[in-house]
Design a binder for this molecule. Structure first.
Ligand SMILES: Nc1ncnc2c1ncn2[C@@H]1O[C@H](COP(=O)(O)OP(=O)(O)OP(=O)(O)O)[C@@H](O)[C@H]1O
Length: 580
């Protein structure tokens, strides 16, 4: 909570002005009933028009003061709350960028989105309300009681007895509401999660006719969200009328005891009207406070969720500014007895893996699904740290590299292709901001996508993604490869990035890669890629079962022979079914 409040620090002056103006509004509210009693007792009851005009005039002037104070206060409250929200969103976004990749899975994407949007808006609204009314309502309660007692002690005594009891009830409600609103935000996360998955998987949903199932899935989370929100609102709906009932009964009591006092001449009508007025406004303050309690409970839940993200430790890679870091020069890699286990997992996914890739070599990495291929790749740019063994790049232990330097020399094309909404050019440029058009075209040519791009309506300026043309899976893969090649990396890691390419295009791509000075590691399921590689590594349940050229593996490895056989069989079956 304290870390959230520290975001208000830069706006201390604006907050002080807003609070001061809020006090002006409070003073106006406090003096109104008192002035009203003067108008009644000294003016109306005495039939004295100049006195009515005098006190009435003062009421008009201070009302105007309150009006101006309210407007200027709103201006400052809006400025502070909007800037506060802006700063938190900015910090959260920067934090999300700096979370180590290994810790990133701790938060679900949808939860992060809810935290950065809905939770921050909640905090922002609470700050606005805080500067407008948060202090005014409780202060009015206290000073309203004091003023009412100053007007007539005995008549106002009931307020002193009832108000603290009602305050206790409010505190109880606040505690309960906090837990309820926290679970409301959690349900919102789930609803956002279902929505996100649905929108991302629309093609699959349509193809498999899962619309009805998806509607049911969304309805379930949506219902859970509604049910929790209703539970929270019900608590408030029950408490507020109870508070108002007690306050209205107190007002009835004031009127009854007031009438007795007026009859005996111990009170004037103006005094009774003033005390009733104070009591009515205190009742109004209770309504305001219950609204504030609701906002504060939600804000407390939101603040906890925002703080959880802000408290995440940053990627040590960002802080690791070494005084001297080796550079990737030739691009040789040596894996020496490398083991790796994901944090919180009981079993290692890589066990004593050793191999060597010489500069400029192409290495194909094969293995069953889940055998640890992607995990092996992720160790090279230090997205995860090794659990055992060593990796050497150009003779230097990867631990000696400043991660940002190491990563800038690696062209990593992950398994899931990610294109951003924007032009083809912008998507390739994402790999290296300051590259020239010639470099972009050269990278696209090597990635075998240049000709396809030239056939698009606006060539490199064609917008891709949701708002533009749709590209095929293979075209998207090649744009991702072009993006990686633009960096002119010394090491290229292709994680199944050629899976959607036909044999000819893939052969052309591999031939083009051979023309650049770059060591290439390709995860693949295709024997054709393995044949074209200098060396093939076969992973089996996290261990390197065998390594060598295609021919060597054919001779040595039964598993490799089986993979080759199965692909030949698959192709034959395909051939038969096409020719039939
Ligand atoms: N972030 C993670 N946390 C915990 N375990 C993981 C994580 N990512 C992968 N694993 C597990 O590690 C094992 C190896 O996964 P990996 O993705 O490296 O396999 P792969 O060979 O690349 O598979 P595929 O060919 O299907 O992509 C799997 O059992 C997987 O469940």
């Amino acid at each position: 909570m304290r870390s959230i409040l520290s975001f208000l620090k830069p706006y201390r002056v604006a907050m002080a002005i807003a609070l001061l103006l809020m006090l002006v509004e409070l003073m106006v509210e406090l003096f109104h009933p008192l002035l009203m009693s003067k108008v009644i007792d000294n003016g109306i009851m005495q039939k004295d028009l100049p006195t009515v005009l005098f006190w009435g005039g003062i009421m008009v002037v201070i009302s105007f003061l309150g009006f101006v104070g309210g407007i200027v206060n709103s201006f400052f409250a809006a400025h502070v709350s909007q800037s506060f929200g802006f700063d938190i969103r900015k910090s959260l976004f920067a934090k999300v960028q700096s979370i180590p990749y290994a810790d990133f899975n701790k938060f679900q994407t949808s939860s992060l989105i809810t935290r950065i949007t809905s939770d921050v808006t909640q905090l922002q609204n609470t700050v606005f309300m805080g500067l407008r009314i948060m202090m005014r309502a409780p202060l009015f309660m206290v000073f309203g009681m004091v003023m009412a007692m100053m007007v007539h002690f005995q008549v106002a005594l009931i307020l002193v007895l009832v108000t603290p009891l009602l305050l206790l009830l409010l505190i109880w409600m606040m505690k309960k509401a906090f837990y309820l609103f926290r679970s409301v935000q959690e349900r919102l996360d789930l609803t956002n999660g279902v929505l996100r998955e649905n929108l991302m998987g629309m093609r699959l949903i349509k193809a498999l006719v899962r619309d009805a199932h998806e509607i049911k899935r969304f309805s379930q989370t949506n219902e859970a969200l509604m049910e929790r929100t209703m539970a929270a609102l019900r608590l408030i709906e029950l408490t507020v009328p109870l508070l108002l009932l007690v306050m209205n009964l107190s007002i009835m009591f004031i009127l009854w005891s007031g009438h007795l006092q007026v009859n005996t001449g111990d009170a004037t009508i103006g005094q009774i009207v003033a005390v009733v007025n104070y009591a009515t406004r205190i009742a109004g303050s209770f309504s305001t406070i219950s609204m504030l309690v609701m906002a504060l409970s939600r804000a407390k839940a939101s603040a906890t969720r925002v703080t959880e993200v802000l408290a995440t430790t940053e990627d040590p890679a960002n802080a690791e500014l070494k005084t001297s870091t080796p550079q990737v020069t030739a691009g040789s890699i040596v894996f020496d007895q490398v083991s790796f286990q994901y944090p919180d997992m009981s079993e290692p996914v890589l066990k004593s893996v050793s191999f060597q890739a010489r500069p400029g070599e192409t290495i194909a990495l094969l293995g069953a699904t889940g055998s640890g291929k992607t995990s092996l790749f992720q160790l090279i740019p230090r997205l995860y740290e090794l659990s055992g063994g060593q990796i050497w790049i150009d003779g230097n232990d990867i631990g000696a590299f400043e991660p940002s330097v190491l990563r800038s020399e690696i062209g990593y094309v992950p398994q899931e292709v990610m294109l951003f909404t924007g032009s083809v050019k912008a998507n390739i440029l994402w790999g290296k901001d300051n590259a020239s058009m010639e470099d972009i075209m050269e990278a696209a040519q090597k990635a075998q996508i240049h000709e396809t791009i030239m056939k698009l309506p606006e060539q490199y300026e064609t917008i891709v993604g949701q708002k533009g043309v749709n590209l095929s899976g293979g075209q998207k893969q090649r744009i991702s490869i072009a993006r990686a090649l633009l960096r002119k990396p010394k090491l290229l890691l292709l994680d199944d990035s050629t899976s959607a390419l036909d044999v000819r295009t893939e052969a052309a791509l591999l031939a083009a890669l051979r023309t650049i000075q770059c060591t290439t590691l390709i995860i693949t399921q295709k024997i054709g890629t393995a044949i074209a590689a200098d060396k093939v590594l076969l992973l089996e349940e996290g261990s390197l079962s065998t390594a060598g050229t295609h021919e060597e593996l054919l001779a040595q490895s039964a598993l490799y022979r089986e993979i080759v056989q199965s692909q030949i069989r698959e192709e034959a079956t395909l051939h038969v079914s096409i020719t039939k």
